[in-house]
Write a protein of this length. Structure first.
Length: 203
């Protein structure tokens, strides 16, 4: 089910964005696979991620700070590019995997090496960390804000007292797509929570 958005690009959002929950503190949550209850820390990063070519170049520009944190050698990205008109550069590459997870997990602490290097060296992780990572478990299509398919696979998706996906991702949405989207999402959230919403079924 979708709720309409008053936005020039994103015309709708899945209504579950405003009602499903997720932890707002990944680093203290003991991640587990929901189906088996087996612990897998940083589970949502196990497959690697898509990185827009502009994002890749920003990461490489900070390689001098990121490299000392890493335990995996370069290269960090697959060579193959995939065209995608919905991305800023029109194409993306995948991060490589190392030790059963995204290569940027290959350091001596939890979480992303990009994020860690930013905190240690005083530059903005939001300006460098890939958008798909910042937005997770939200993602997007050409005209909609949606929930990532694998969201339900992880224990963080099954915490009834946690905040909603939208509230956790709101700042990231503003950073990636601008304040106009957040304004539209705020209005949609109010309609969903008030149970007064013009919802269209998924095509």
């Amino acid at each position: 089910m979708y709720v309409e958005l008053a936005h020039p690009k994103f015309l709708r959002a899945e209504s579950g964005v405003f009602t499903h929950t997720i932890t707002d503190d990944c680093m203290s949550h003991r991640c587990a696979m929901h189906a088996t209850s087996s612990e897998k820390l940083d589970a949502c990063c196990q497959h690697g991620c898509d990185v827009d070519l502009y994002e890749r170049d920003k990461i490489l520009a900070h390689a001098g700070d990121i490299r000392p944190v890493m335990r995996a050698p370069e290269p960090w990205f697959a060579e193959e590019r995939e065209l995608d008109p919905d991305t800023p550069s029109g194409a993306f590459v995948r991060t490589l995997k190392h030790g059963g997870g995204c290569i940027f997990l290959a350091h001596d602490q939890r979480g992303c090496a990009i994020h860690r290097a930013a905190l240690e060296h005083g530059w903005s992780w939001r300006d460098v960390k890939p958008a798909v990572c910042q937005l997770f478990p939200l993602t997007y299509t050409s005209d909609a804000i949606v929930i990532s398919d694998d969201y339900v696979d992880y224990s963080c998706a099954h915490l009834a007292s946690a905040p909603t996906l939208y509230r956790v991702a709101r700042e990231a949405l503003a950073h990636v797509f601008g304040d106009a989207l957040v304004t539209a999402m705020d209005a949609a959230e109010a309609r969903v929570l008030a149970r007064r919403l013009p919802i269209a079924r998924r095509d």
